[in-house]
Design a protein around this ligand. Structure first.
Ligand SMILES: N[C@@H](CCC(=O)N[C@@H](CS)C(=O)NCC(=O)O)C(=O)O
Length: 201
């Protein structure tokens, strides 16, 4: 199986962490989706990574679909019943949605200053403020995001905040989210997280 991705994408990182924890062997193929040389469109018409290519050539995207596939392959991250599965999916969707907001801010702020749409940036920033507060509150009462058990929701949350550090370093999310910080520090000491911290090359 092949995973097409980058070293910077938080969505790709989630999948790399799950594959490592599940001990599933794969070939990691780097693609820069922003380059004119990118080949991702041949595999994913959305032109996005991650994309998983199975040995029979079948392709899977986006990261949440890949997570569903991996859940079928290995019981490690599978929630124990449908209610707990929904809970995991909900918290993972929150973290992923906040990652989407962070990516939008990143893209908008790469444009020339006079072309940037400040209301759009503020809208995304508000999502981050609200969403991180909800996760922080959840982690005040629980060790993990969903069902009091480690899950892809925690993986998605740590990939989110590390992406914030990587691409939006002026956003001091740690100041108001000590519990999220604790989760990130704990998980980032694990090899699957440590070996996939976002980096340029
Ligand atoms: N919802 C998608 C988002 C994937 C995504 O946005 N990936 C970025 C890299 S961080 C990308 O490929 N962007 C290129 C584009 O959107 O054209 C997922 O979870 O896989």
């Amino acid at each position: 199986m092949k995973l097409i991705g980058s070293l910077t994408s938080p969505y790709v990182r989630k999948i790399r962490i799950l594959l490592a924890e599940e001990n599933i062997p794969y070939e990691f193929i780097l693609d820069d989706v922003w380059s004119t040389d990118s080949f991702i469109q041949q595999y994913n018409p959305l032109g996005q990574v991650p994309c998983l290519v199975l040995d029979n050539g079948y392709t899977l995207y986006d990261s949440r679909v890949i997570e569903d596939f991996l859940e079928e392959q290995s019981p490690l991250h599978a929630p124990y019943n449908s209610a707990s599965r929904l809970e995991v999916k909900k918290w993972a969707a929150l973290a992923d949605g906040l990652t989407d907001a962070a990516v939008k801010i990143r893209i908008e702020t790469m444009r020339p200053k006079d072309k940037q749409w400040q209301d759009w940036i503020d809208r995304q920033q508000d999502k981050l403020t609200r969403g991180l507060a909800v996760i922080e509150e959840q982690l005040t009462h629980h060790l993990w995001c969903a069902n009091n058990a480690y899950s892809v929701a925690d993986v998605a949350t740590v990939c989110l905040v590390d992406f914030l550090d990587f691409r939006l370093p002026s956003f001091d999310w740690r100041a108001h989210h000590p519990n999220v910080n604790k989760l990130a520090d704990y998980l980032n000491a694990q090899p699957a997280f440590l070996n996939t911290l976002p980096r340029l090359a």
